[in-house]
Design a protein around this ligand. Structure first.
Ligand code: DX5
Ligand code: ZN
Length: 219
């Protein structure tokens, strides 16, 4: 069975307390931090970028937490080296943003990073079949990318099931609307990397939510 990874999305954090809040969720059991980079072009929102992630990395080394960057940006090729230079661990591009995903995966790996590929709800999972053997992770979006706090799209679960059937050892991430009410569907379908923004950062006890999510994936 593939290992579970719980990845709180800092988009739902209080940015005035970012360092403390990240340390709190890591102490509470988070394996990864999910860092949503948005450019206002690929998605209708602008979030955070290099300077914020660089500051966080200086406070939180790789040995303490894996930095999982979800790049909701056009021209991802242009940014791989720059994000590698500030010490991220994984670069997940959107399939919809590149003409040559295989070359991009090569570039990401040549910069010493793990490579992930995400698909929007309207993109067929079949596009990932050829790429999955080259990737460290596939991300099935369970909301339209751009904003936290949206409703989980259960109808994306067949994509997860198909991918899991074909690739038993692949890291399959789900992102959007994950929490106690929806984790069961994602876990049953075969997702093992769980992004959770609102449900973790807005919780009174993030550690309790993280344990709950993990248990659902592991059981
Ligand atoms: C949406 C982002 C998500 C988002 C998830 O475009 O990719 O990572 O922060 O937030 P929640 O868990 O609140 O849906
Ligand atoms: Zn995300």
């Amino acid at each position: 069975m593939v290992k579970s990874h719980i990845a709180p999305s800092i988009l739902a954090s209080d940015f005035t307390e970012l360092g403390c809040q990240c340390n709190k969720v890591i102490d509470g059991g988070a394996d990864w931090l999910h860092l949503d980079v948005m450019d206002g072009h690929f998605v209708p929102n602008i979030s955070l970028g290099l300077p914020v992630i660089e500051s966080l990395r200086k406070k939180i080394p790789s040995s303490r937490c894996f930095f999982d960057c979800h790049m909701m940006i056009e021209n991802p090729e242009k940014w791989v080296q720059k994000f590698a230079d500030i010490g991220i661990d994984q670069f997940t591009f959107h399939y919809e943003t590149t003409k040559n995903p295989k070359e991009l995966i090569k570039l990401i790996k040549s910069c010493g990073l793990k490579a992930g590929c995400a698909i929007k709800p309207g993109t067929d999972v079949e596009v990932l079949y050829e790429l999955a053997p080259l990737l460290d992770m596939c991300l099935i979006m369970t909301v339209e990318p751009g904003f936290g706090g949206q409703k989980f799209m259960k109808d994306m679960m067949p994509k997860v099931e198909h991918l899991r059937n074909k690739f038993p050892n692949l890291n399959i991430q789900v992102d959007g609307g994950l929490g106690k009410e929806t984790i069961g569907d994602a876990a049953t379908a075969g997702a093992n990397v769980i992004v959770a923004g609102t449900s973790v950062f807005k919780a009174e006890k993030p550690s309790e939510v993280i344990s709950y999510l993990r248990k659902e994936v592991d059981d």
